[in-house]
Design a protein. Structure first.
Length: 81
């Protein structure tokens, strides 16, 4: 089964535009490590699997730290942090 990657591409494109337009990130900055979380669902909406993909250059403790920071950011965006 081929999976439509359109949404993933749109999300990455939007994130890259945010990064490029962020005045706090220096022009000579470089992407170092990446954590991507993708939820895959079947056509009927039933949850099929939850996959976590982590860049192999990120050590486990760094990946866990990224997830904790992402969790805190999400709570703040929801007005809970």
């Amino acid at each position: 089964m081929a999976i439509d990657q359109t949404q993933l591409g749109q999300q990455i494109t939007a994130l890259m535009e945010e990064i490029e337009n962020d005045p706090e990130i220096p022009d000579e900055g470089a992407i170092n490590r990446v954590v991507v979380i993708v939820e895959v669902v079947s056509q009927d909406g039933e949850e099929q699997s939850f996959n976590l993909r982590v860049n192999s250059s990120a050590s486990p403790h760094v990946s866990i730290g990224f997830l904790e920071v992402a969790k805190a950011i999400q709570f703040k965006m929801m007005g809970l942090g």
